[in-house]
Design a protein around this ligand. Structure first.
Ligand SMILES: Nc1ncnc2c1ncn2[C@@H]1O[C@H](COP(=O)(O)OP(=O)(O)OP(=O)(O)O)[C@@H](O)[C@H]1O
Ligand SMILES: [Mg+2]
Length: 376
């Protein structure tokens, strides 16, 4: 499905990026992977980790933004570090040997997933001092694991920008201090808020020059279009020439949106028992998706101020260019530059639009179409 990390067959391009990431990780580098939302970072990481694991490395993966506190993150990270161990008793002994500053409790409740029910908790880590001592030990785990198993270890910390929310700057210091000496451990720190990530790499911050920076770009649209056409064909449907290109364009060439639109169009055609895939099918699928999302978009629209609504419309109708110019402001009755600036900033903050080089884009291509068709 398009919402999940893509399986190998659905993974297009990214050959150069994948090779480079794998080579850097194998060399024990600390790589920073940066792109706006939904460009395909997590998918790329998954593929790189799979490649490393085929080469015999132990892989550790965690999404920093999914934790509600620093201790919860440390617990999740410790859990991910022992996930490669299949025997609970061994995992428990090892972790207790490694973590001296706090009590480590490991529980296992059987369920359908191999490790889904394994939990690690540090119930007596309370004061800031306890927590920072514990953090040192937890951040050392990947290197200890590499030593104990005599294997390379690769760690992926996804949505890494969220680290700034825990304990202020001290987490960055602790993490940097821990990883810089871990020669047998490759790290990839991935972040989807480019401005936050770039700031984290600034000259006054702990991660300055910690390792190579990869900025993930969009997949070239012709390649993505050809890939979509080929996927239709491979499933036995004949795509009208230009269908892939139209999907990529309507989806703003955002991998997630491309896959969603392609998948939904494909679904409708299959459900209708047809063998050909036309532009009409695409537009019908789009209309269906827009009406399914209507309530959600309506609610979003209601939450915006009037200034934000007109700025959003201007971004949609003028394709995000020159929004601050006198011409655009007059044509769309946007008011003065500072009003427009404030509205743009609010929309960016709420992840409704994003800035790309010299223009603004609506993040969700369905929302863009909805605004164009349903608002005035
Ligand atoms: N190389 C690719 N080929 C085909 N589809 C892709 C590719 N990369 C990503 N996608 C599609 O885009 C979706 C989003 O990708 P992914 O979750 O990896 O992006 P992300 O950058 O991690 O996003 P976020 O910032 O929201 O975490 C995937 O579920 C998949 O459908
Ligand atoms: Mg992701």
């Amino acid at each position: 499905m398009y919402g999940e990390v893509v399986p190998a067959a659905a993974f297009v391009n990214r050959v150069v990026e994948l090779d480079r990431l794998v080579a850097d990780l194998a060399a024990g580098q600390k790589v920073f992977l940066i792109s706006p939302r939904r460009y395909g970072k997590s998918s790329l990481i998954r593929h790189a980790l799979a490649a490393m694991s085929r080469r015999g490395a132990i892989t550790v993966e965690t999404t920093v933004s999914s934790f509600s506190s620093y201790v919860a993150f440390l617990e999740g990270y410790a859990r991910a570090s022992i996930a490669a161990e299949t025997r609970l008793d061994r995992a428990r002994t090892w972790l207790r040997d490694m973590i001296r500053s706090a009590r480590a409790e490991i529980r296992y409740v059987p369920d359908t997933t191999p490790l889904g029910a394994l939990t690690v908790s540090f119930p007596n880590a309370r004061s800031d001092r306890d927590v920072s001592r514990l953090a040192q030990e937890v951040f050392a785990l990947p290197a200890r694991l590499a030593e104990a198993r005599r294997r390379k270890v690769v760690v992926a910390l996804d949505e890494f920008q969220a680290i700034a929310g825990f304990n202020g700057g001290s987490v960055e210091h602790a993490m940097r201090a821990a990883v810089q000496h871990q020669r047998d451990v490759g790290y990839v720190f991935a972040g989807s808020e480019p401005s936050l990530m770039e700031r984290m790499l600034g000259s006054r911050r702990p991660f300055y020059k910690a390792g190579p920076v990869m900025r993930l770009e969009r997949i070239p649209s012709e390649e993505f279009a050809a890939f979509i056409d080929a996927r239709f064909a491979a499933s036995g449907l004949r795509p009208e020439p230009g269908l892939g290109a139209a999907i990529v364009e309507l989806a703003g060439n955002l991998p997630y949106d491309v896959q969603r639109l392609a998948h939904e169009t494909w679904d409708d055609i299959r459900a209708g028992g047809r063998r050909r895939a036309n532009l009409d099918d695409l537009h019908q699928a789009l209309r269906r998706l827009l009406s399914e999302q209507h309530m959600m978009f309506e609610a979003l629209w209601q939450r915006l101020t009037l200034a934000q609504r007109s700025v959003l419309r201007a971004v949609v109708l003028d394709e995000g260019r020159e929004i601050l110019s006198a011409d655009v402001r007059t044509r769309h009755r946007l008011g003065g530059p500072s009003t427009v600036q404030a509205a743009l900033a609010a929309l960016v903050r709420d992840d409704v639009i994003s800035r790309e080089r010299d223009r603004y884009l609506v993040v969700d291509s369905l929302l863009r179409e909805w605004v164009a068709r349903r608002t005035f």
